[in-house]
Each structure stands twice: as C-alpha cells, then as structure tokens.
Design a protein. Sequence first.
Length: 257
Amino acid sequence: MSSKKIIEQVTDGLLRSATNGILWWLFLTGASFGKSKTSYGAYQMFREADGALADFNYDTFRQLLINLRRRGFIYHEVHYSSVEIELTESGKKRIASLFPVYRTQRPWDGFLYLISYDIPEIKRVSRELLRRYLRQIGCALLQESLWITPYTPRKLLNEFMSEHGIQGTVLLSKLGKNGAIGEEKLEDLLGKVYQLRSLNDRYAEFCSHIHEITKNTLGLAVEFQGILKDDPQLPFQLLPKDWKGNEAFAAYKALYK
C-alpha cells in the first residue's frame, strides 16, 4: 500500500496531511540518518527505513522537511558522515495533539454514571452539541437521551452546561459495578454499547500481524492507532478477561525501540 493511502487511512482525527504523517514517522523512529551527509542520502535511507514510504520521491521529501523546519517542528544537523533530523519540543507537542495515548493506568471509583437530559426544543442546537460532547468524553448511548460512562463526568458537564446556558437540564446518577439496568448485567451492557468484543478482535488481529514479515512498520503503527482511536479505554476491571489491548500496546511499542 502506498504511503499516501496509509496516511489517509487515519485522517479522521489522527493524520490530516503527508506533513503530519512524516512528522509522526520521524517521532516513531527517532530519525537519525547515518549513511550520507547529503539530503539525498538521507532521503534514500528514509525510503529504505520502511516499505510504506517508498513512493515518496525526493522532491516531496525535501519539501516536507522544508515545511516542517519552517513551522518549527524539526531541526536537522549535518555532521561529517551523517544527517540528523530530530523533533523539536513544538514537534513533539504537535504529535501529542494528533494521537490518542494508550493509558496503562486507569483509576476508577467503582461507579458507573448515567446521564440523562431534557433540553427544550428552543435549545436544540445545545442539545445536539451535548450529544457530540458526550461521545467526545467517552460516554456511550444506551437509548434516546440516556448515556453511560465509567468515569465521573460531573465537572465536565457542569462546565458545558454553564457555557451553553442549559443549567438544570442534565441529570447525573451513579450505579455500583454490581448494579443492573433492566434485566441486563452492567458487564454485558458495557460490552454491547462500547462494542468491546469487536475492539478486542481488532487488537488480537493486530498482534497476529506483528509476526507477518510482509507488514511494514508504519502500516502496523497506523493499524494500532486506528484501533486505539475507537477504544474508550474503560477501566481494566470492566474489560473482558481475555482483553488483548495491553498485549497489542506492548507490541506497538516494540516496533520502535
């Protein structure tokens, strides 16, 4: 698959351009080119480093580096026998703003939170914004106007209501882990609304791809980030016992030691 296609695979919230894609690749690899002190030599090593980058021609590569330097995301030094290209602090911050992070620590207070709202038609714009915001902060829709999340959203909701002038229209209640909604156990309900089985299958498939010699590392990194983008990162206590997320994250990190 071409580098352009690989980068486009994750454009919804992850990468918006080839510039961001190459910035990410530099971040993942540490990008130090030791064969040649010329920019063309660096370009050759850049292509050799990962099969996914093979379709970047020299002019494209050079323009990308110029753009990244101009924006203050990278700097490079020419040494006697090498070219070093490194991310600046601004570049690292840019990367941090583009990608979700797999959280290995997920403190949980043991409760699940139900969010319901009754926003009048005159405030329908705020109502739609609230729905989008609930998805953004990791809530899952149970049914019309009823959402669930394992992480307390009280502060975030108070700030949102104050900002949009809809105080008093949102109700927050909490349940213990062993509670139930209707006849369905919360564990089963969470698995369904957050599509945990499908996510776990994708993590397991990623782990199997790690050992395929035909896979390129950038493609694997994109695959992992695509799964992580859809992962609500629930507390580990609420995940299936055979959860593959930690194994996949360890494999992802091992790609770029």
